[in-house]
Structures are given as structure tokens and as C-alpha cells.
Design a protein around this ligand. Sequence first.
Ligand SMILES: [Zn+2]
Ligand SMILES: [Zn+2]
Length: 341
Amino acid sequence: MSSKKESGYATKGVGQPLEPFTYATPKLGVHDVRVSVTHCGVCHTDIHAIDNYYGITAYPFIPGHEIVGHVSAIGQEVSDLKIGDRVGVGWQGRSCMKCEWCLQGEEQLCIDIVQSGTWVPYGGFSSSVVVDSRFAYPLPESMPSEVAAVLMCAGITVYSPLRSYANRERQKVGIIGVGGLGHIALQFACALDYEVTAISSSPEKERQALAFGADHFMVSSDEAILQESEFSFDLLFCTASNKINWRLLLNTLKKNGSFILVGFPDVEFNSTDLVAHQLSITGSFIGNRATMREMLSFAQEHDIIPKVELMSMSEVNEAILKVKENKARYRIVLVNNSARM
Ligand SMILES: [Zn+2]
Ligand SMILES: [Zn+2]
């Protein structure tokens, strides 16, 4: 191979700021493509990984997994993408393709998931990423790149579980948290024909939540309202990662109801409620390849538009700080001004 170089922004250790970092262009496997990055969203998971929250971060670490760019090189056995194609890439950049989960089409549960992140070896805050072509998704032509970037992680994270529970009309769902994930969940839930209540700790989010399509709004700190709402929801969908009132929220679920976590709140609940009301608490992690393709066309058809603030990739540390301080409204996408084809 040539001695080409890529340039990105890496952190050298836990919690350290990102700094310019140059590395040899990774070689392509036979199924791989190189994607020259034009846009990359900043996700909470990037920040967790910088801080080694999951215990799997290898430094120097280049985060970034809400990627849009153009295919700039292809492996020998890639047949369905060509150089120049605009594609999106999400958190998962490959999978083993042979474990029981991959064989069932549930690649997000791949036994090798730790090695399947798009940021292995280096993520999207960079000039390019190398991923398996089967995890690079052609985008609807008219979809703006910053919209597609956010859908690649935040979009699939909320769409996949909302869709799999949408089994009849006007089921009642409470979406907990009106932030980066929540504001997209509200839009998808409305389009999937749920009756949607936005549940937020900030009363000032009401107007925006209704604008994103919520039918109702509830302040999560208002215990009286939560108590009055006993047995209201078929589904609670938690996008929040701060402390939540488990006891009162679980009481708002109908019997046989489900509480789905995509955020990481502290967990504490009384198992009696779970048993007596036959409740389920479950997690959901991104989505499989088939659902990713479906999500992109559903989002296009139903005008799902994440609210995005654009910043330059060279402002990556400022962007991360904004996300950490909860000041992003609602997602930040970094634009790579030096993108090359
Ligand atoms: Zn993410
Ligand atoms: Zn697998």
C-alpha cells in the first residue's frame, strides 16, 4: 500500500481533550469501503467512550459514528457500492456475519460487537473511516447530509424499538426526555401512529415537544400528575440518562406494559410492581441492517427532521463540551471542511 495518511482528532487518555492526530490510512479488507467523511454527528456515546465508561476504549481514540461521506475506495469483493456514492455509517461498522445473531439478521447483537464499532480502528472525527460495505447505507438523494448523519445513530436507536412495539393503532406511549434522542423519538412515534405524551423534567420544553408532534406533555417532577396518570401508557420509552422517578413512572404503565430503555438512567424499582402488573423492562441497542434501510426510507417519507446545529470539525472540543453541558439543541453535526473525494 501507499504511505497515505489520514488526519483526525484523537484523545490520548481518559477524559482528555481531542487533538489533531495523523495515522497511516488503514488497509481495506475485501468487503470494506473507505468513506471520506463530510459530516459526523456528536453522540453521547462518543463522550462516554472518551471517558472509557464502557471499559473498552483503546487510546489514542478517535470517536465519531454518525457519519455521512463519499465512498473513496472499495475492496475487491464490494459489488453494491461504487466510488463517489454518498453513504451513511452508524455506530456499527462490521460484524462477524457468522454467529447465531448475525445469521438471524440481528447484527447489532453480534458476539464480536466490541470489535464491530465504526471507531475501530478510528472513528468519524477524521478524514475517513473504513467499514464493511454491508454497513454503509446509500442515502435518499434529497436527504440533507446533516439529517442523515444524525439518523445513523440517534435515528435508528429510537426507530428500531418504537417500530417493533407498534403493533396496533393509537397505542399510548410516554417518551421520557425531550433531548437529542427524545425529540427524534417524538417525531417517529407520531409517524408510527402512537398517541404520544412527552415527559420532561423541564416545563419549558412543552412548546417544543408539541411542535415535534407530541399530543400531550407531562412534567416528570410533578408527582400529582404522575399519580393521576396511573395505568395510562402501553409503553414508556426512556431516552433520559439522569435520575428518574421509577416508582411513579412504572405506575403510569398499563398492566402488561413495557418500559424500554435507550438511555442509561440509574435503575431502582420495586419488583412487586413488576410482578403484580406483569410489566417488562427492556433495553434496545441501535438496530439491524434491514431496519436501518427501512428507517432511512421511513424518515424520508414522513419528514423526520432532527434539529441540528452545524459546527466545524476543528471545533470538536467545543462541540463535545456543549453536549456534555446539555446545551446542544438538539444534536450537533461536525462538518469536515477539508473533505476530499
Ligand atoms: Zn451514537
Ligand atoms: Zn456476529
